[in-house]
Write a protein that binds this ligand. Sequence first.
Ligand code: VG1
Ligand code: CO
Length: 544
Amino acid sequence: MEPQIIATSPFDGQRPGTSGLRKKVKVFQQPRYLENFVQSIFDTQPDLQGGVLVVGGDGRYFNRESIQVILRMAAANGVSKALVGRGGLFSTPAVSCVIRKYAAQGAIVLSASHNPGGPDEDFGIKYNVASGGPAPESVTNALHTRTRTIDRYLTLDCPALDLDDLGARQLGDMEVVILDPVADYAELMESLFDFNAIHQLFNSGHFRMRFDAMHAITGPYAVEILENRLGAAPGTVMHAEAKEDFGGGHPDPNLAHAKTLVGLTQGPDGLDFGAASDGDGDRNMILGKDCFVTPSDSLAVLAANAHLTPGYKSGIRGVARSMPTSQAADRVAEQLGVECFETPTGWKFFGNLLDAGRITLCGEESFGTGSDHVREKDGLWAVLFWLNLLAVRQQSVADILADHWRRFGRNYYSRHDYEAVDLAGAEGLMNHLRILLPDLPGRQLGRLTVNYADDFAYTDPIDGSRAERQGIRIGFEGGARIVFRLSGTGTEGATLRVYLEFFEPDPSRHHRDTQEAMEPLILIARELAQIEARTGRRDPDVIT
Ligand code: VG1
Ligand code: CO
């Protein structure tokens, strides 16, 4: 079959953000929009020619159509083999697992992660490299540059391929293999955690849990792993059926969007354990009875207890956290005597450290936790890690957390998001802060004294690449911090994120209400950034 060469012209704004290119579905549905971006991948990634490409997505609206387009273009661009999840489905961590297992050259992942789905909502596409991780900035920059001059794309004229039956078939000169999207991933999980111990915990009769798949991709993964392999009661996985619009909700596992699950863990009849994952399966939320584990604390607890699981029994080599993530993990690293890195927001910045063997665990405050087992954050992995710890330590989530704080002190932490605010107002706010920066050190704000203030920049310790303007950090004496950033994943206006943190060494003060305890920092942040005047918002839309 001869490739067709179709003339095209560039679209503005095809610059990947924190995690790929995210736009409204309607934007992606414009003729040639998806094709331009995909051809730019093939034009800038020569290894794909004659290589193996993994393709799959989180099943949101427009997933199936996109995959057909991508497969035809892959065949026309000389890819020799495509590995596709059945039904066009793969969770993000499963893609990473499959790239590594089958030594593929790269992957095209269709997802807008935690953003809502449906004809009027969001779609996204990202490219992962041969290590299994999100493309580093050198690759996304090259890709974006290519989208600005693109003038043709290659495709085949052929009918849609059957994606629903396992096995191999031919598309032009390219072989397409439809894989079970769950099997390889589930096998990897079994190699890392003590499935027998978790099985016993589930059958002990004293342990009640739910996993909320939020009508997104982890439904089938969680049913297979938790219910089928680990023997959790049928129905343990709630909202298990993956839907194109996630049942109309935000598939974002946090206190605001997973309210039903949170409710189930509260009160006298509260569950012992609750967990949830996001649209594409890379995020996780961990809840105990009347207890929420912040993602920052979760990373620290996993680091401190990793040796209790089979996959990490020889200990960890180092940890990394994104800059706005609390410094709880730093304290654990210090006690363990291992390196700790602070990277910009986005999983792509962990890739080099993982590849170089400098870190074993890494995490972000945004409900992302992961390790060197793949090169993406991994929702179910984190849930299984916690279950393994609960089974071994025979303690409740709340007790494990309280123990942790007694040992290391507590980093109170919260993030306040102001969503879909006016872009000019938000940029004005950030510029206003940038102008203030040089005068802040030494100044008294509320009862706190500013220790340092900067716009975070990062030099990758492995390849020396540099990332600048990654968020405003204001550090106070005693370890408190306020961080301001604009989101790079939203599709409407701007989202301002304000990250708040302070350190409390005294165990008698470890059980305060977080928002109350944060009040002094909240006030400083509001005033300093002139949030209300510049965004028109008095209160945040989402508090996590
Ligand atoms: C957000 C999070 C960031 C995360 C990114 C992708 O980015 O803050 O920590 O890596 O989403 O996560 P931003 O730029 O909106 O703050 V996922 O699960 O949406 O791929
Ligand atoms: Co995600």
